[in-house]
Design a protein around this ligand. Structure first.
Ligand code: 4NP
Length: 157
């Protein structure tokens, strides 16, 4: 089993989007017995909440149902559980590097390393912006999800 955890700040916008999109891709490729997907936030403000309604609406228009997801905070124990811990931006990555136990042997890095958009190394936080921000999150995540799956697939067999 390969286990993937997406991490942002609140776990209500970017990482649930990555969770829902990558989960759907894994299911479509019939790899759900081999790859598990989850998401979490570095912050604790939204624990137990559904994703932001703007995130849910934007994702729904592209065929992804994020409404069943609930926010949780990332913990040290996640590094024992997951093989890939993928941060949405550099602040998330710095927080995760501080939390990471010394014995972690998996991959901790930026999610967009698996994308090919050279103008975006980070998934910008859409929380305080307009609708364009949510569409950009979807565009960046859909593209990098394909790259991540190709990367993991090479290592599955
Ligand atoms: P996310 O977006 O990290 O993509 O879930 C945010 C959600 C909430 C807040 C910040 C970013 N907040 O400050 O409450």
């Amino acid at each position: 089993m390969t286990k993937v955890l997406f991490v942002c700040l609140g776990n209500i916008c970017r990482s649930p989007t990555a969770d829902g999109i990558f989960r759907e891709l894994v299911k479509r490729e019939k790899l759900d017995q081999k790859i598990t997907v989850d998401s979490a936030g570095t912050g604790d403000w939204h624990i137990g909440k559904a994703p932001d309604s703007r995130t849910v609406a934007a994702a729904k228009k592209r065929g992804y149902d994020l409404s069943v997801l609930r926010a949780r905070q990332v913990s040290m124990a996640d590094f024992d559980e997951f093989d890939y811990v993928l941060a949405m931006d550099n602040a998330n990555l710095r927080d995760l590097q501080r939390l990471k136990p010394a014995h972690f042997t998996g991959h901790l890095g930026l999610f967009l390393e698996f994308g090919s958009d050279k103008n975006h190394r980070e998934v910008p936080d859409p929380y305080y912006g307009g609708n364009d921000g949510f569409e950009l999150v979807l565009d960046l995540v859909e593209e990098a999800a394909e790259g991540l799956l190709a990367h993991i697939r090479q290592r599955l067999y």
